[in-house]
Design a protein around this ligand. Structure first.
Ligand code: CP3
Length: 355
């Protein structure tokens, strides 16, 4: 694939703390159930997993939010649980219950047998989606690739489902840390290979979702989540076609540990809504850019409230580059789509005076 920055490269520039004319915005889960067109495509695909496994459908839904809103990036439509599925754990999505694994890691031999899947083999469908989406974007906005963090993936692989209090993972963490380290080492290897394959297929920036790292103690976070993300970051392709490939690390609930997170070699940190953006900026200094952090629930109120609250986030960050506007977590399925129109417009308009 030939080089060329996307025509709208504000996302890449802001992540690298280069000057931008306005603050770029994209939205976690921007292609999702709050959009009627997404629900229609998902119904045609059959199920969420069928949708994820079809590059044509993935391309279609990835582009849907961009057709509605002038967003500054596309994010690959997929899920973080594709890796454990490719490891043979048997992913299912039961309607209204979230993800389930048919064969979660329960016995020591299962952990000893675990190995990192070759992304070109078992995750070919994701790589095909990446190259197809990149082609369809035709140099308009950058394409974000992503993966779960080793610890967050381990939570699902060991618990077998979401929505638990992490009884099994935390029992293993304290009773058999050697076993958890084995799982995490395999996951880190799998994530590194998977993200690099996404870059080779056309992803222009990468995000690591550590949704459950914030459930750990400070010491356990470093040992069982942050260290493995650091290993991944060290193994990633950071330049492709003469362009830097920025890496964003997001630990939900990681607000207390931003200084440590800023030191692992990532270009930017994702922030949830519990931290003050300006304070976070002062704490990390010029080491990393910041992405976030509007409370997704703000989008339940009307356009006026959305504009006011978005303005507070912009004001909290202050002037200059190094901020990518986003929500502090995924957009809710109950969000009225017109409130997103107000959000994107107000961020684009209100931020100009700060650059
Ligand atoms: O941001 C995007 O638009 C890209 C797509 C994306 C999805 N999942 C699509 C999805 C991304 C980046 C993810 C990441 C993901 N998946 C995470 C990390 C980010 C986070 O939200 O913390 C996690 C923990 C998962 C695992 C997962 N996938 C869960 C817990 C669920 C159920 C959630 C729910 O609201 O029911 C999913 C399903 C899922 N992944 C949906 C979408 C659009 C909804 C599926 C549907 O259409 O029924």
């Amino acid at each position: 694939m030939t080089a060329a920055r996307p025509r709208n490269d504000t996302l890449l520039r802001a992540l690298l703390r280069q000057p931008v004319p306005y603050t770029p915005i994209w939205i976690m889960r921007q292609a999702g159930r709050y959009l009627p067109e997404y629900n229609a495509t998902r119904a045609r695909a059959g199920s969420f997993l069928d949708l994820c496994k079809s590059p044509d459908f993935c391309t279609e839904v990835t582009l849907q939010p961009l057709a509605r809103y002038p967003l500054d990036a596309a994010i690959l439509f997929s899920d973080i649980l594709t890796i454990p599925d490719a490891m043979g754990l048997g992913l299912r999505f039961a309607e209204g219950e979230g993800p389930r694994f048919e064969r979660p890691l329960r016995d020591e031999w299962e952990i000893n047998d675990l190995s990192a899947p070759d992304p070109h083999d078992h995750l070919r469908y994701v790589l095909d989606a990446v190259s197809q989406i990149r082609k369809a974007l035709d140099g308009s906005v950058p394409l974000i690739g992503f993966s779960g963090s080793p610890f967050t993936l381990a939570c699902y692989m060991i618990e077998g489902r979401g929505g638990t209090e992490f009884e099994r993972v935390k029992t293993m963490l304290y009773a058999r840390p050697d076993l958890l380290h084995k799982v995490l080492a395999v996951n880190a290897q799998a994530v590194t290979a998977y993200l690099n394959a996404q870059v080779e297929a056309g992803a222009q920036t990468l995000m690591i979702f550590d949704t459950w790292g914030g459930a750990l103690s400070a010491a356990a976070y470093r040992e069982f989540s942050l260290d493995y993300m650091q290993r991944i970051v060290a193994g990633l392709i950071r330049e492709r076609d003469g362009q830097r490939v920025p890496v964003v690390v997001f630990t939900k609930g990681g607000g207390l540990w931003l200084e440590a997170m800023a030191d692992i070699g990532a270009d930017a940190l994702g922030l949830d809504w519990t931290v003050d953006l300006g304070e976070a900026r002062r704490r990390v200094g010029d080491r990393v850019a910041l992405q976030g952090n509007l409370d997704p629930s703000v989008l339940f109120a009307g356009p006026e409230v959305v504009r006011r609250e978005a303005g507070k986030v912009l004001q909290s960050f202050g002037s200059g580059t190094g901020h990518v506007f986003n929500l502090g977590h995924g957009i809710s399925r109950f969000t009225p789509p017109e409130n997103v129109t107000a959000l994107v417009d107000s961020v684009h308009t209100e931020s100009r005076a700060r650059h």
